[in-house]
Design a protein around this ligand. Structure first.
Ligand code: DC
Length: 231
């Protein structure tokens, strides 16, 4: 008798900055009792390490050197504050550091380099090999896990995203104005959507959800219904 090969449940949640991906992805992973990873934190950790080592964000060979030295490491740990642990060198990074203005200012530049993306994608796929997972990012459904059973593309108006990110920043003690935030989000949208490698686009088979005016729990219920229907 031939054994039945079952692929582990993989859920990709992609979308622009501050669309609510990470909040929803984490809640979804907890509800389904599966692994959770926000891949944006990996690019942010590399940006932090670049700042720390005075590596130019445009110097791809030097950034690749950091990647090959395993400067960024992830440990899956649902009980930790972020829902996983992220290290740059020996230092564990917290939400405030990852979301700092300095890191945010260079992270899209760091993320545009093809070699950097290749190294990150390889690591993300390795992590996904550990079991069923909910992974959030920009290219999860298109590149990292193209065979994911469920792909969600989460959007929201710029105004809704500014409001959410403002609340998030205030809660973690980062000082930022609405105007600054709105400009930053629009600029990151532009960079993420227009980069040559893996630009931010929905996968052809993604379910698009506009979360403007929805609470995280309403989005979560909608995604859970999609997951249920996919079984
Ligand atoms: O989701 P975030 O704001 O933490 O992402 C930080 C940056 O990393 C963002 O500018 C785009 C980039 N990113 C990416 O290119 N691919 C991913 N899978 C995740 C994030």
């Amino acid at each position: 008798m031939r054994g039945v090969v079952t692929t582990p449940l993989q859920i990709a949640i992609d979308g622009p900055a501050a669309s609510g991906k990470t909040t929803v992805a984490r809640k979804l992973a907890a509800r389904l009792h599966v692994l959770y990873l926000d891949t944006g934190a990996m690019y942010r950790a590399l940006a932090f390490e670049a700042l720390h080592t005075r590596t130019d964000a445009d110097n791809e060979p030097a950034l690749l050197h950091l990647c090959h030295d395993r400067a960024v490491r992830i440990a899956l740990d649902a009980a930790s504050p972020l829902g996983f642990r992220v290290f740059a060198g020996d230092q564990e990074l917290d939400e405030q550091t990852l979301q700092s203005n300095e890191v945010t200012a260079i992270v899209s530049t760091i993320a545009k380099h093809p070699g950097v993306r290749e190294a990150m994608v390889a690591e993300q796929r390795r992590i996904a090999g550990a079991g069923p997972v909910v992974m959030a990012g920009r290219d999860i459904g298109t590149v990292v896990l193209p065979s994911a059973r469920v792909k969600i593309f989460l959007t929201a108006s710029v105004a809704a995203r500014v409001e959410r990110r403002l609340a998030q920043y205030q809660a973690s003690g980062v000082d930022v104005s609405t105007h600054q935030l709105s400009e930053e989000i629009e600029e990151r949208d532009r960079l993420d959507r227009n980069r040559t490698v893996s630009p931010l686009v929905p996968a052809a088979d993604a379910h698009e959800i506009d979360s403007s005016g929805m609470t995280a729990d309403q989005v979560l219920d909608k995604i859970c219904a999609i997951v249920e229907a996919s079984r």
